[in-house]
Design a protein around this ligand. Sequence first.
Ligand SMILES: Cc1cc2nc3c(=O)[nH]c(=O)nc-3n(C[C@H](O)[C@H](O)[C@H](O)COP(=O)(O)OP(=O)(O)OC[C@H]3O[C@@H](n4cnc5c(N)ncnc54)[C@H](O)[C@@H]3O)c2cc1C
Length: 390
Amino acid sequence: MDLAFTAEELAFRDEVRTWLEEHRPREQRPHDRKGIREFDTAWQRTQYEGGWAGIAWPTEYGGRGLPLVQALIWFEEYGRLGLPGIDACFVGLSHAGPTLIERASEAQKEYHLPRILEGKVVWCQGFSEPEAGSDLAALQTRAVIDGDQLVVTGQKIWTSYADVADWQELLVRTDRDAPKHKGITWVICDMSSPGIDVRPIRTMDGEEEFCEVFYNEVRIPLANVVGEINHGWSVAMSTLSFERGTAFTVNQVRLATVVEELIDLAKQRTSPDGRRPWIQDDEMARRLATVRAEVAAMRAMTYAGISRSMRHGSPGPEGSIIKLYYSDLAQEVYRLAFDLVGDDGIEFVSRWVKGGWSGGYLFSHAASIGGGTSEIQRNIIGERVLGLPR
Ligand SMILES: Cc1cc2nc3c(=O)[nH]c(=O)nc-3n(C[C@H](O)[C@H](O)[C@H](O)COP(=O)(O)OP(=O)(O)OC[C@H]3O[C@@H](n4cnc5c(N)ncnc54)[C@H](O)[C@@H]3O)c2cc1C
């Protein structure tokens, strides 16, 4: 395995860095939901116009068709500069779009993919339900076929950005008598359809990023089904493997930046005994060195994962290892931040702002739940990576 970047990749990194430094948004990301949507989609449009949208997407669907390693370089430079995430565009770019590329009809691809890349639309993910999170196949939102439409009734929960979304990747039960994995359909839902009621949920970090979504006889054209009726489970597995794959790279790089900020902070702050900079305290130095080494280990795992994905075409279950490792590490890093800033961390500062330790700490708890909990990642690693018995 060659761990060094080629001259061509290094030149690409310079090009990315220069472009990002010139075009990065200068203003703060707003706090209101409409403002967030406008900000994120405008930044995505800027990237598209600059030729940076869909770096690893095939050229026939508007991407650059570059190898995944180039996408990794993009994410690394993006995270290094601490740029705002394009969170409202995340589902479209990171898992709905890639799922459509792999599984959708040509007509579906032709309509949706350019809109995602151009930042014209926001997508959300309607998978989880009140009684179906980890056990996703237990979902009960039902859809019956009526002519050339599906009629959907039920409820989803924890749907990030549903309040500002145009489209949704929606899982519905189309056969109630079949074994639970066999009666599910993956369908594209227009969020402006009559019968959809979206109710935001406020989380402990003060944000309202996710919602409950209620469906009361919502009509969706059968033409919006991706794959086949009742065969949506395997489409959903593609979506989840993309969700747990390279999409997390920006978060990982951001975490590396946070660790370096903490090391600077430990040089500036005095230890609790008031006698020396905190970095000179053996225990603090040990903890900082450990998280720095762990961030480096995570980076090595990401490189190995990308190298495997490039050989096999799609991300495999190994993404679960990185996701699990990231979740534990993010929580450790923010605990450390809190120990360092002490009472100064009590006042709430959003994670979107530099020095937002409290917001970052609260949000780090979401890492071990969203995209599948840490326990579920451990099950996947045990069963699908290590081949252990169920
Ligand atoms: C920030 C964030 C964003 C999210 N965005 C979305 C979104 O956009 N769309 C969407 O559909 N969902 C979204 N979710 C929901 C997320 O996918 C679910 O919360 C997650 O899958 C867990 O499901 P649950 O909350 O129902 O918990 P449960 O499944 O009820 O789990 C409760 C506890 O039991 C444990 N547990 C359950 N089953 C097992 C098992 N077999 N073995 C061991 N332990 C087990 C779990 O690990 C957990 O600790 C989001 C969640 C977060 C935190």
